[in-house]
Ligand binder design. Sequence first.
Ligand code: ADP
Ligand code: MG
Length: 339
Amino acid sequence: MARQPRLHEFRLIEQLRRAFGRTGAAVARGIGDDAAVIAPPKGRQMVLTTDLLIEGVHFDLRTASFEEIGYKAAIANLSDIAAMGARPEYALVAIALPASCTTPRILRLYKGIMGACRPYRVALIGGDTSVSPNKLFLSLTVTGSVPAGCALMRSGAQAGDLLYVTGTLGDSLAGLALLSHGRRRATPSLTSSERKFLVGRHRRPIAHPGLGQLLSEHRLASAAIDISDGLSGDLHHLCEQSRIGVEIDAAALPLSPALQAYARASRTDPVALALQGGEDYELLFTVPPAKRRTLHRLARRAGRRLTCIGMIRPEAFGVRVRETTGRLRRLPVTSYVHF
Ligand code: ADP
Ligand code: MG
């Protein structure tokens, strides 16, 4: 702490505590002591995840606002909690601040983080603050809980299970492409509302803890993962850990009207966008066929869009895509690369 007077740090932490901290029945001690003290959730298991974001590696302060960086950091963690079938509960935030990070900027960063957390009533219960020689570092930890024995793993899928995905795929990648300059001229036929939708999906993705909990609490899913690096890459993780293969039906992939318009305008293959697009934060999960009807009934009641995009096959089948022409081809592992 040699390069920053402790007084400023204390003042900042006090501001954060007042704006975002919470104590209550379950939080005996939040921000302000040596560590937080929380009541263990009865009959439940804790689920913990952490993400480290580094300026210049995971985000760029020239193109993203502090609020957007905080928001997306929180979504990445909330999506991990969702993919375990858990309910998000607490957040801890560690930051290393370069001199350029003034208090208003840090408060905007937290506004983004806590804005993403608010719908789930996640409480900020602690963190750590340091100076950094020149880059901003942000490490976010989110905890949650799940009924004991109900957590959704990547490893439970079995041949014959159905493969499902929430929402639509590829929108975030198309939004990112639209943000990188030159694309506006390359896609003149895209309407402003289509543009806005895709950019919004990139800038303000959403996580799906509600659906994750529905899947775990009703014991519907045999395995689950969130799509942070693209369907293709994340599906390979699921296949490896479950020791299974999969057949994806290209014609079934859920594509938004805006993504289809973007693909036409940019002459790209919408299926490739859906398979490779990163940062969609949709949930990918497998369901035994006997539970299919219950799944559809509960999803309809919750107003959630789910799409069956394929079927789990034995490991020797590999990971393949049934193209619209009927041809079956291997799906290469392609993962989203930051920037
Ligand atoms: P210590 O030196 O014991 O680690 P700190 O001064 O770092 O104590 O932290 C004091 C309190 O403030 C703790 O409750 C800690 O969790 C909280 N805190 C520190 N930095 C942050 C931060 N960036 N965001 C949220 N809470 C923080
Ligand atoms: Mg500390």
